[in-house]
Each structure stands twice: as C-alpha cells, then as structure tokens.
Design a protein around this ligand. Structure first.
Ligand code: SOE
Length: 368
C-alpha cells in the first residue's frame, strides 16, 4: 500500500521532512511506501521550484482541496496555520503530522486535540517533537525506565540560540504574538517541556518569567520596522508530579550559543547530561561510576543505529527527522496511535500557557 502524502509548507521544516521522506526507503526499507503527491503553499513560483527540489508530483495553493485527497497531511506552516488545516484533515479522516508547537494558543491546541479524539485512534495525529528520536535520548529513556537514576530530584532544561542578538535581524512571524503565540517559549521551550515530560513525567506547577530585549525589528527589503510582541527569552521554576524540582530556560539572545539544547537529570542513584550540539553522546554518572562518563551512543544495538553506519560513524540533526517520520508513517500504515500525539502536544501547550499566565500574575500557577 502506498501512502499519498500532502505537505503544507516548503521552507526550513519542509526541507527537513522532505529530506527525511527521501532517505526512508534506503535506510528504513520496512517503512511504508509513500508518494510525495502534493506540496501546498501560497506563492506558485516558489512552490513549483520547491516541489521540483523536494520531489513532489504536484502543487496546490489551496489546502482545503488537498486535506481529503491524501492519506497523510503534514502541517509544516507557521504556528497560526496549524489549527484549521489540521482539523479539516482529521475531520476528513486523514492522518496529520503537525510541527511544534501544536498551536499558538491553548484554545487552538484544545480544538486540535478534540478533532483528533473525534477522528479516533486509527487516524494518527502527531506533533513533530523530533528530539525524542535522538538515539541518545531514547537510550536515556531506557536508563530512567530501568530505575538506573533512582528517585529523580533535579531536572534542568535549556535551549539557547543567538540568531536574534543582532538588533538589525529582520522581523518575522516568529516575533508576532498573533502568528506565533509566543517567542523562545513556544519555539524552543516547547521542545524542552516535551522532552522533560517524556523523560521524567508531568509538570504540575510552575513560576514563569518572560523577557523581550528588542521591541521592534526591521522588515526585510523595506525601511519599515514592526513591533516584537513575543518573548526573546523565558525562564521557569517547575515541579514534576513525582516531586522533582526543575529549572527551564530558552533564549534567542544567548550570544555564542547556536543550537544548544541541554538536558540534565540528577537522581538518588545516578545522573545524566545530554547536549544537542553533541547529540551522539550521553554523559552518565551511575552507581558504579566515580563521576561522569561519556557514552558514544552509536552501537548497532543502540536505538535506530542498526539502520545507519558502523559504531562511531556519528549521526546528525537531520537523522532525528528520519526516525520520527519512520515511526509516524508506520503508525499510519498500521492505523495505530503515534506519540507524541496531539494530546501530548496539548499537554505541552498547557505548560507554555501556564508560564505566560504566571509571568503576567507574578505568582506560581498550577497546571490544569
Ligand atoms: C528555531 O530557530 C528552530 O528552528 C526551531 O523552530 C526548531 O524547532 C528547532 O529544532 C531548531 O531551531
């Protein structure tokens, strides 16, 4: 059975997922056969060029004519475009893979999750938190599930980038509350919240802080400027359902940090550290260690590695998209649920919204 795939969006995430679809047959031969049927966007000339480059058969400038014509609909558009096309696809019984964060607001995330419930478990609705599919993160999950770290006491997550340090960096939809919902919080913090809830458990209450350092930015190709209505950075103190204490932060203004997503977890029997900028490695400190040791997670029995190269032939950022697409499309073919689901995406959105509420109210907030 060949799955017809329609993809909305052809910029950064369009390229990342199209590359993943291209590589699946060679490295995951048991993955479902897929046809890159239609690429959806607004600008016909740009769309045609992207369709040729990414291997799509046709183009469309109207997602409404696509969502009930394909077997799988990828929503890789800006955050404000996530809800309506995804809901329409699910109402048509079409499986949906939507980029993170699920939505710009809690309200639209709730509507998306409801549409997924209505569609049923045999119509997978996934949220593309790709960092769950790093082999070292899967290996860390195994250590935690085996109780190797004992009772979890401390959790730290930070996601630091510096692409907005230059005050002349152009304005984009990512700087606009109507379109993005939030700034570093939803763009980067969503990844950290999902990873920590995947590895440790649900966040139950928190205190949040948001800051915007640059209030307006130049519009590319014009003399105009537009206001920045979202955060450049966030930080939060959180408590997990098992009582562990956590500190989270993200910034697009962290000079010298390019894509520095770092997770640290300390327990009663052991600890671990992961950094995306060294994504093949996991630092662990277990009962038999005197201190941290660095494990190179590239052995053939490590998660996903038997699909790639011999030990030590390291993977990269793009491989995480191949892994998540393999898992999602396999779930679609089997008619089974996929994690992270829209329900999981909604749980992340509740935490993001609580951080915004806490910042506004200046007090700790319980997660509903
Ligand atoms: C932001 O710069 C960004 O592209 C995020 O939107 C992605 O989700 C992250 O994987 C890399 O950084």
């Amino acid at each position: 059975m060949t799955l017809d795939v329609g993809v909305l969006g052809y910029r950064f995430m369009g390229k990342a997922h199209s590359n993943a679809l291209e590589r699946l047959p060679m490295f995951f031969p048991d993955a479902p056969d897929i046809e890159r049927s239609v690429l959806v966007g607004r600008n016909e000339s740009e769309l045609s060029a992207a369709a040729d480059q990414f291997g799509f058969d046709t183009i469309s400038t109207d997602w409404e004519e696509v969502v009930d014509e394909v077997d799988v609909f990828y929503n890789l558009g800006p955050n404000h475009v996530h809800a309506e096309p995804s809901i329409a696809a699910l109402e048509a019984g079409t499986a949906v893979f939507c980029e993170k964060p699920l939505a710009p607001t809690l309200e639209s995330a709730e509507r998306m999750a409801e549409a997924s419930r209505e569609a049923g478990d045999d119509v997978p609705a996934g949220c593309a938190f790709n960092y769950r599919f790093v082999p070292a993160i899967q290996y860390a999950k195994g250590l935690l599930e085996a109780g190797e770290l004992g009772e979890i006491r401390h959790v730290r997550g930070r996601y630091l980038q510096d692409w907005l340090v230059d005050s002349d960096a152009s304005w984009s939809w990512r700087n606009d509350e109507e379109m993005a919902g939030s700034g570093a919080l939803g763009d980067l913090g969503a990844h950290t919240v999902d990873l920590l809830q995947f590895l440790v458990g649900d966040i139950t209450r928190l205190s949040g802080h948001l800051r915007t350092f640059v209030d307006e930015r130049p519009v590319e190709g014009s003399d105009e400027t537009r206001p920045v209505t979202v955060d450049d950075a966030y930080s939060a103190q959180v408590e997990f359902d098992d009582g562990a204490m956590g500190t989270l932060e993200a910034s697009r203004y962290a000079t010298g940090h390019k894509n520095d997503h770092t997770i640290e977890i300390e327990g009663s029997k052991g600890s671990l550290r992961f950094s995306l900028e060294r994504l093949n490695e996991l630092e662990v400190c277990l009962e038999h260690n005197r201190g941290y040791e660095t494990i190179l997670v590239t052995d053939e029995d490590d998660p996903y590695l038997d699909h790639w190269w011999p030990p030590g032939h390291v993977l990269g950022w793009e491989h995480t998209f191949v892994h998540e697409n393999y898992e999602f499309l396999s779930a679609v073919e089997a008619g089974e649920p996929f994690e992270p689901s829209f329900e999981t995406g909604l749980s992340v959105q509740r935490v993001l919204s609580a951080i915004q509420d806490s910042d506004e109210r200046g007090e700790w907030v319980e997660i509903e």
